[in-house]
Design a protein around this ligand. Structure first.
Ligand code: COA
Length: 324
């Protein structure tokens, strides 16, 4: 039986940094409010000519280097994004062309901030069924292009970036690679976090709209339940987790999850302070930061969880790297 191993990670952040003080120059907010309520200090912003696929390609190249694979070895590319380059084709096919990954099939997954856990689960299913031996799963967003910069309740929360992982289907020791996934959606809550535009509705791109308090409440409750579920189906407990790598939306949501799982600070990757909420890119960005800083090592059990518009949410357990 083949395991779906996670053998490489990569990330890219656009160069332009927007601090809370920068924002307070054009919207009625201040550094103290943003830090206290969200933990965010700064975020990155893509330039107008910088596309989601450009960020994705940079993250993917780094993930390829980290895994040791050649781009022609890649046979599947999945891009999780809510901010595609264009309505069609899929951003994943644009990434394929820019990378020169000519042996891959490529498509996008749209589950907003839960996009990366959705894409990981889709990749796991395909690869377990024999479709794709070496898959690139990328979360990439230019989310700032969806923001109404006059709306202080949303514009301070988001940033741009991309992260990528390489998955390889290999005969390996049991308990390595992707161990469990759970995915959930509840469309009854579609109106608490959405974009007021679209191809078949307004014909415009629209802007992010959110009822922050409601989203916060659902996030804590639903992420905790999803994490319990993956631990239960894997016969593991929170004591087995080496690193919680959560979606980076708000430090208070992350801290609440940390508390529910009874994990010390030393076991949680927190990047929200300088990334803000990068939607589908947030988990692979945090993952890469954990690996590059030497915290996450081969053999560590990672707990990933995310929630976003839909509402859609999910969690995954992954034992990183390869057995030695
Ligand atoms: N700067 C200053 N004041 C702000 C502000 C800002 N950027 N945004 C909102 N406020 C004000 C509000 O207008 C309100 O003022 P009022 O009491 O005079 O009406 C006050 O701050 C409290 O607003 P509220 O929305 O109740 O704050 P909150 O404590 O719920 O924090 C969020 C707001 C958005 C930070 C918080 O609800 C949150 O993080 N929710 C989850 C969002 C999220 O993670 N979304 C993505 C999921 S993928």
């Amino acid at each position: 039986m083949k395991q779906i191993l996670m053998t490489g990670v990569g990330a890219y952040l656009p160069e332009t940094i927007l601090t809370n003080d920068d924002l307070s120059k054009f919207v009625d907010t201040d550094d103290n409010w943003i830090r206290q309520r969200t933990g965010i200090i700064s975020r990155r912003k893509a330039n107008p000519e910088e596309l989601t696929s450009d960020l994705a390609v940079k993250a993917a190249n780094q993930a390829l280097l980290s895994s040791g694979l050649n781009v022609l070895d890649i046979d599947c590319i999945i891009v999780a994004t809510t901010t595609p380059d264009c309505t069609f084709p899929a951003t994943a096919t644009i990434v394929q062309e820019k990378l020169g990954a000519l042996n891959a099939f490529a498509f996008d997954v749209q589950a907003v901030c839960a996009g990366f856990v959705y894409a990981l689960s889709v990749a796991n299913g395909l690869m377990s069924a024999g479709q794709g031996s070496n898959t690139l799963v990328i979360g990439a967003e230019t989310f700032t292009k969806l923001l109404d910069w006059r709306d202080r309740s949303t514009c301070v929360l988001f940033g741009d970036g991309a992260g990528a992982v390489v998955l390889q289907a290999e005969k390996s020791e049991e308990g390595y690679g992707i161990i469990a996934n759970t995915l959930h959606s509840d469309g009854r809550y579609k109106d608490i976090l959405y974009v007021d535009g679209g191809v078949s509705s307004t014909g415009t791109i629209g802007h992010v709209k959110m009822q922050g308090r409601d989203v916060f409440k659902h996030a804590v409750e639903k992420l905790a339940a999803a994490m319990d579920e993956v631990l239960h189906i894997s016969n593991l407990t929170s004591d087995d987790i080496d690193w919680l790598v959560p979606h980076q939306a708000n430090i208070r949501i992350i801290n609440a999850m940390q508390k529910k799982l009874n994990l010390p600070d030393e076991k949680v990757i927190k990047t929200v302070s300088h990334h803000a909420n990068t939607s589908a890119a947030s988990i692979p960005l945090a993952l890469t930061s954990g690996v590059e800083s030497g915290k996450i090592k081969s053999g560590h059990l990672l707990a990933l969880e995310a929630i976003g518009g839909g509402l859609s949410w999910g969690a995954s357990l992954v034992r990183y790297g390869r057995p030695v």
